[in-house]
Design a protein around this ligand. Sequence first.
Ligand code: KG4
Ligand code: ZN
Length: 393
Amino acid sequence: MIILSIETSCDETAISLVQTDGEFPSATYEILGNALHSQIDIHAEFGGVFPQVAKREHALALVPMLISALSQAELLEPSEGGLASLKHDDVEKITTVLEREDGLATFLLEFLSKYSLPEINMIAVTSGPGLEPALWVGISFAKALAQVIGCPVVPVNHMEGHVLASLYDVEIDNALAPIKFPAVALLVSGGHTEIVLMKDWGKYEKIGQTRDDAVGEAFDKVARLMGLPYPGGPEIGRRAEIARKANVPPYKEVLPRPMLHSDDFDFSFSGLKTAVRYAIDGATLTEDEKNALARDFEDAAIEVLLKKTQKAIDHYDAQTLIIGGGVSANNYLRNTFTESLLKSHPHVEIYLPHRNLSTDNSVMIALAGHAQLATARSAGAIQFISASGNRSL
Ligand code: KG4
Ligand code: ZN
């Protein structure tokens, strides 16, 4: 089947076309088209993501991303009869469904006057978690496309997308790793930091989470305190690497490791951020000092992530560790986890996402859509979103 997937939960507008062969979880997934527009430049001006700004940008980018994904997949065909070839109430339904989406109805109708939509078997769309206005643009767009194509829309959990992206081997066999259960997933992004226990495919139980800031958010806020550009994660990572190579001493004092010894699998990162603020204490840092402080922060954040994850692996006797989400792009995290686990838990297989699939993307949404379909099928019911609202089929 061909899945069209849409991701608009935060500041990336992404659309993919993925061809599946077989049943989840042993299917293969060929990426026919994968288009992504990042809003980072716009949000960098404000130092963070504002939901209404994100929503407007998604509305502008969705049709161009659709064109790009279709054209990569060689599925972009001119329309024979233009808008006249649509079913008579399609135009009306598209207009109604996209009413509040900043001109998206006009962009889609303009697209449909030039191009036709290919046969797609299902549309997978992120339905949460994420920024509400941003999510709704994607969901409404999915509904409008489904109206024209005549296919179901499957709502997808963004975090399940991150888990499956980490298991997807895009370079060798285009398939998900056949993992051993129980598995522990550490999900580290700009909006979330959580440890999830996975007893089987589709069976997730959140066993720990941050009580305040997500770790990616802490990277971003610390970068901002140091006057570094948004998003801060990659920049902190780059600078920390320089400091580590040069073996520079810590900037002032050792930063705290919040909740390192707490009797649970929860995290807290806002105190660490505040400790960085106190360490800077209004001073203008030299480049070397910025690098040292970036390294000190990264050391503290990753140590807590590692220790809590090791504790969860022990507690649940996990056979597999999956790390996903934007912060899993961090080199130091990747190396530290791989090296430490090899020593402490040599029997545990560790899965990290391909670098292109670490941060938000829509390929992971297609994978999660396929998983969702399998789970729903085995339960005998599937929750589709229809053009006229939510209903169970
Ligand atoms: O998963 P993601 O793309 O979006 C959310 O679902 O939040 O994660 C974005 C987060 C940002 O906070 C960003 O700073 C962080 O991932 N990030 C990194 C790196 N690349 C992205 N953090 C540390 N090191 C990196 N190399
Ligand atoms: Zn994400």
